[in-house]
Design a protein around this ligand. Sequence first.
Ligand SMILES: NC(=O)c1ccc[n+]([C@@H]2O[C@H](COP(=O)([O-])OP(=O)(O)OC[C@H]3O[C@@H](n4cnc5c(N)ncnc54)[C@H](O)[C@@H]3O)[C@@H](O)[C@H]2O)c1
Length: 324
Amino acid sequence: MSILITGVAGFIGSNLARAFLCKGKKVIGLDNLCRGTLSNIGDLLALPDFRFQRVNISNLNEYRNALNSILGGCTVTEVWHMAANSNIPAGVNDAGVDLRDTFMTTFNTLEIMKELKISTIAFASSSAIYGDLGGAKLVEDIGPLFPASNYGAMKLASEAAISAAVESFIDKAYFFRFPNVIGVPATHGVMLDFIRKLKVTPDNLVVLGDGTQQKCYLHVEELIDAMLFIREKSSDRRNYFNIGADDEGVTVKYIAEQIVKTVSPEASISYGIGNKGWVGDVPKFSYSIRKLHNLGWKPKLSSAQAVAHAVKQIALQEIDSTVC
Ligand SMILES: NC(=O)c1ccc[n+]([C@@H]2O[C@H](COP(=O)([O-])OP(=O)(O)OC[C@H]3O[C@@H](n4cnc5c(N)ncnc54)[C@H](O)[C@@H]3O)[C@@H](O)[C@H]2O)c1
């Protein structure tokens, strides 16, 4: 009896696999390593309860063949589908990126679930499905939804495809709508970008946009805790939850200042023009997590505390990778 995690070598997938293995579960992990790395799961590869296969799951035949070769008599009881394109601007420039890595990976996962009679899916959705509502509180039941990026569009389309599958061949679906998740091993995101930029130009940090973008940040340890909590406590056929910090978030300016203070205290910060980092960026959002509160889970860290914790972790990660 195993749990299948797609995108297992990525930031969230690797933390999730570790959490399941700590609970004594068996994990089968798939990833094409387009962004995730083997070093993210290096400590897991030797464990008897963990099996990994490198595969592009946007190709259904490859997906099927990889599972045939790795399952070896194991039964998969549920899928945690974490694989997606995580470079949102790349999907704005080329919509095919999100069609392939964000939507087709979901579509194919559902096909595989039908073939293998797997009854439960947990899906990494996103605040990006809500689009740009000018900072209005994002509540799970609002609609109609108009995403502002192809990434958000393909996440929303994935939710729709999963919902339809619930009507026909799967029993239960979990839609976890994350805000910005931070921590290690960081594979992408504003904090990693800033730290890497400062490595190249230690005297100056160039920020895309005017720094006033304000978003909610959640540490990955809290995200995993919340997802496992929801999985245990909520048993509707469709379980959909915002997961986030319980505040209005912090600005990009705040993050830039924290990073400069930690990594390169003498550096100046140059801001761009306008409050969007890229086309499809949502400059301000405010997240309602009342539904999650009502279920009984509350985050321990504010967005600012999560940022402070993650800045130190990512800075260390980057020093270690330079030393290696
Ligand atoms: N990190 C965040 O802030 C955040 C916010 C909202 C939603 N999410 C969602 O959470 C999930 C995990 O995100 P993450 O931050 O860990 O990103 P990540 O890029 O670190 O992980 C995604 C993994 O999927 C893999 N992948 C992509 N396309 C694939 C394909 N065709 N076949 C096989 N593997 C493929 C990548 O190699 C990567 O390891 C994603 O679905 C993402 O959209 C993340």
